[in-house]
Design a protein around this ligand. Structure first.
Ligand code: ARG
Length: 475
């Protein structure tokens, strides 16, 4: 008994196509197995990369005297036509042809005959698919990196407007010390800068060419792998044929870099969601990025940040899938590897969509400055500044900690911030306190004092933004 075919998602069939490698087989493939083992439903996404790789391969074969120039030209014009058929949605994909590679090759032979059958000389689908994924990921990384840059620029612009907007900084989600909103935004910027570096770094290992490794052992034809690598813009041909067809480290690295990006966006989301709640009320997320509730008319839900936070889970899941996919595979290629594509494609899609939504939304986030300021004040955010003040006047830090605790207690009882206590009241806690204490107890004084590299002082934040802009321009 076969399970119902409907469980497998297939959107196209072409019943007239010939079965792949049929000469070896006495029996036809089981109908369910044919559908079960096919990948064309999802790997057709790499069609243009497959064609690009095949054109380079044909040029190299002709250059090395393995194809005639006529055969090369026929192949190139056939593949160019196929590329157009695919772009204009006039290509008939067939399950019987199993995957994107066989579909394109079969169509090429339909179009140009004999020369089409020669394209696969000196290669295998194993090095072909590894090449296609690398070409595909290379272009996805470029797009992801561009969206990341858009978001970084958006953050810099908002940070610039808020270099001296005071808000509470938190540890344990309790008010800790005053910071500037610009400084907080620049923390996000730093995370994304590391993400950019990781993407560029993983690109170095994506950009190596497997073609020529053939099935696993290389080929007996006199090929020129340097030429193919150069034609395809790869930095070099891979060094070992077995490793070339089986290596998916680059895919795992990409998913790991992607997981970190999504983890950052998720943290970012969490703060936006909290801050837009009535309880914090620090920011307004523009209506265009929120939705209402079907039942509660007062609701404005921060859907975009919530969805991005939720989507971070699937990318981390894809990273785990890829690691598990590879962990027990013997050398060299195994059909298992066909399972690498869906997690990779979804990782790239999710990253591009989430980064795009964020880059569109961030410039329109409104900071509610007065609420941020008052929240820092209510939270005794300058308590550490008072302790530091006492230490400068000669008190031991532990004693200062104790004294300030008592002052905070009075503030809580009388519902006043430390800066609102009178000098006489403060002197009651320590005779070391004099009039100049108020320079340190104000939120402005507290942030201005932290003007070392990496600190929250408005002048330092402005400098950090300037440096960051230069770094982006140099990229
Ligand atoms: N569709 C296959 C994949 O994605 C292509 C390589 C198939 N190679 C093979 N020897 N069956 O991995």
């Amino acid at each position: 008994m076969h399970p119902p075919l409907i469980r497998i998602k297939i959107t196209m069939t072409n019943v007239n196509a010939d079965k792949l490698s049929s000469a070896r087989f006495a029996e036809a493939t089981d109908a369910f197995v044919e559908v079960f083992t096919a990948s064309v439903d999802f790997d057709q996404r790499m069609a243009q990369q497959d064609i690009q790789g095949s054109i380079a391969h044909a040029k190299m074969l002709a250059h090395c005297g393995i194809l005639t120039t006529q055969e090369r030209d026929d192949i190139i014009s056939g593949l160019t036509q196929i590329s157009q058929e695919i772009t204009s949605d006039n290509f008939v994909w067939s399950i019987q042809q199993e995957d994107v590679h066989m579909n394109i090759e079969a169509r090429l032979t339909d179009l140009i005959g004999f020369a089409g059958k020669k394209l696969h000389t000196g290669r295998s689908r194993n090095d072909q698919v590894a090449t296609d994924i690398r070409l595909y990921l290379r272009s996805e990384v470029t797009q992801i990196s561009a969206q990341l840059t858009r978001l970084q620029i958006a953050i810099l612009n908002v940070a610039e407007q808020h270099a001296d907007t005071i808000m509470p900084g938190f540890t344990h989600l309790q008010v800790a010390q005053p910071i500037t909103f610009g400084h907080h935004l620049m923390a996000w910027f730093e995370m994304l800068s590391r993400d950019q570096e990781r993407l560029q770094d993983c690109c170095k290992r994506i950009n190596i060419m497997p073609l020529g490794a053939a099935a696993l052992a290389g080929t007996s034809y006199p090929i020129d792998r340097n030429m193919t690598a150069e034609l395809l813009g790869f930095s070099r041909p891979s060094a070992n044929s077995l490793d070339s067809v089986s290596d998916r480290d680059f895919a795992i690295e990409f998913a790991a870099a992607g997981s970190l990006i999504m983890m950052h966006l998720s943290r970012f989301s969490e703060e936006l969601i909290l801050w837009s709640s009535a309880q914090f009320d620090f920011i307004e997320i523009p209506d265009a990025f929120c939705t209402g509730s079907s039942i509660m008319p007062q609701k404005k839900n921060p859907d975009v940040p919530e969805l991005v936070r939720g989507k971070s889970g699937r990318v981390t899941g894809h990273l785990m899938s890829l690691l598990m996919l590879m962990k027990s595979q013997p050398l060299a290629y195994n059909k298992d590897n066909q399972e690498d594509k869906e997690p990779l494609f979804d990782t790239a899609d999710t990253l591009i969509n989430c980064l795009r939504a964020y880059a569109d939304m961030v410039p329109h986030i409104q900071a509610k400055k007065a609420n941020m300021y008052n929240s820092a004040k209510r939270g005794f955010a300058t308590a550490t500044d008072l302790a530091d003040y006492l230490v400068r006047k000669g008190m031991a830090f532990r004693d200062a900690h104790e004294v300030v605790g008592l002052a905070v207690r009075l503030g809580i009882q009388s519902q006043r911030d430390l800066s609102e206590l009178s000098l006489t009241e403060l002197q009651h806690f320590s005779p070391l306190i004099s009039e100049d204490v108020f320079n340190y107890l104000t939120l402005e004084g507290s942030v201005a004092a932290r003007k070392h590299i990496g600190g929250t002082a408005p002048e330092t934040v402005k400098l950090a933004i300037q440096t960051a802009r230069q770094r982006l321009l140099l990229k």
